[in-house]
Design a protein around this ligand. Structure first.
Ligand SMILES: Cc1cc2nc3c(=O)[nH]c(=O)nc-3n(C[C@H](O)[C@H](O)[C@H](O)COP(=O)(O)OP(=O)(O)OC[C@H]3O[C@@H](n4cnc5c(N)ncnc54)[C@H](O)[C@@H]3O)c2cc1C
Length: 379
């Protein structure tokens, strides 16, 4: 009997896993011993890390989008038909259109979404670059900006742990190049008592901000924004004035996870080593969807996918387990418009950012193009 693999979510994690499984299980797919079906929400695949460059006019549709069906191997059945309910006991997925799919293995990769609406006034008063519409609006706002007070407000949880630092340093350079830095004051706010959740990164970025004259407010959990007065107020009682408010909005997971009793807040309960759902071992959870307390990042999803691909392949071919995920994450960090550094860490090794260089910045840009090969399972 054929093994049925259903991938729920055609974003970064789901696509890399499905493509990798095709590479490793090519013969089984061709002979009908394995079937892979993917459920997604769009014909287009969005590469979110390129959104960071949209506000500066440095990324367009070519950098952001590909046709999902052109990325995926033809042996994968792809449906734009979101999953509505996962019956983990019966091993069935029901879709929005009423399709019912049985599975032997399910990959849950529905990602996360931004919730600026959770902070009153933020939608009206703030700008963000975490989705395409927001990034394009932010570009227009930046083009109109002539100097003044800029607040970069970070909320938790959020994906890509380093993007708030990147946008802060890039804005600094951008204003410098425009010749309006002397008329501009940048304040970075962070919800806990230091400048970054990863302690070594917090130690690294504090002197970088001090050197540039970037101000900061820690223990700043945004409570509300007054778009008329142009102020943002924290739960801790601090009010900051702004001329331009950039926010990293709080995130949540998808309703499907709660509706299917697989986790709370859209985060599925996941074993940090095996990446199996804690109660349903035939469900593998990867990418932003997990509740593992590590960075929600594309690179996390990429390294997780290597373990999931290896394990499903060996379970199908050899009936045994292959390897564990070790918590590996690797992120490039833009420290300006033309320089960058990187951090890598895992469950046992903390990050240790090195000195920025032009070369690392160019490597980040190069990886953004190479991503499309990863999505096809070629890298
Ligand atoms: C501005 C920005 C910059 C970033 N920079 C970096 C970076 O430099 N490095 C890095 O490593 N990461 C970065 N990231 C983070 C990275 O993009 C995410 O962590 C990554 O996309 C997570 O992959 P995912 O597959 O879990 O989620 P996604 O890529 O969001 O994919 C989830 C998919 O599931 C679909 N879906 C949702 N519900 C359903 C349903 N019910 N049925 C079917 N499909 C469903 C969604 O539509 C989506 O297509 C950045 C993100 C942003 C926004």
């Amino acid at each position: 009997m054929s093994k049925r693999i259903v991938v729920v979510g055609g974003g970064l994690a789901g696509t890399i896993v499905a493509s990798g499984l095709c590479r490793h299980l090519g013969n089984e797919l061709r002979t009908g011993k394995v079937q892979i079906t993917m459920l997604g929400t769009s014909e287009k695949h969005l590469y979110q890390p390129a959104l960071l460059f949209v506000p500066f006019g440095l990324a367009g549709d070519d950098d952001l989008f590909r046709d999902q069906r052109k990325i995926l191997n033809r042996m994968i059945a792809y449906y734009v038909d979101p999953a509505k309910f996962i019956d983990a006991s019966a091993k069935k997925v029901t879709t929005e259109s009423g399709r019912v799919l049985d599975y032997d293995y399910l990959i849950l990769a529905t990602g996360s979404r931004i919730m600026p609406q959770n902070i009153p006034g933020m939608v009206e008063g703030g700008h963000w670059f975490y989705d395409l519409e927001g990034a394009r609006k932010m570009r227009t706002a930046l083009q109109a900006f002539q100097g003044g007070k800029v607040v970069v407000n970070v909320n938790a949880p959020h994906k890509c742990p380093v993007a708030p630092l990147e946008i802060t340093f890039m804005l600094y350079d951008y204003f410098h190049k425009l010749g309006i830095l002397d008329k501009t004051e940048i304040t970075y706010t962070y919800p806990i008592g230091r400048l970054h959740a990863l302690e070594p990164v917090a130690h690294w970025c504090k002197p970088e901000m001090d050197k540039k004259g970037i101000k900061y407010e820690t223990f700043f959990n945004a409570e509300s924004v007054d778009p008329n007065k142009k102020t943002i107020t924290s739960m801790e009682g601090v009010t900051l004035e702004y001329d331009l408010l950039i926010t990293i909005p709080p995130h949540s997971g998808m309703d499907l996870v709660d509706a299917s009793n697989l986790g709370k807040g859209g985060w599925a309960t996941t074993d940090p080593k095996t990446l199996q759902h804690t109660e349903h071992k035939d469900i593998f959870v990867i990418g932003d969807t997990t509740n593992i307390p590590i960075s929600k990042a594309g690179s996390t999803a990429h390294f997780e996918s290597e373990a999931v691909i290896a394990n499903i392949t060996s379970l199908i071919k050899e009936g045994c387990w292959s390897r564990y995920y070790d918590g590996k994450v690797f992120c490039f960090v833009e420290t300006g418009m033309e320089e960058g550094t990187y951090v890598w860490f895992n469950y046992t090794t903390p990050p240790n950012p090195g000195p920025p260089s032009h070369m690392i910045h160019w490597l980040k840009l190069a990886y953004n193009r190479l991503y499309w090969l990863s999505a096809k399972g070629l890298l």
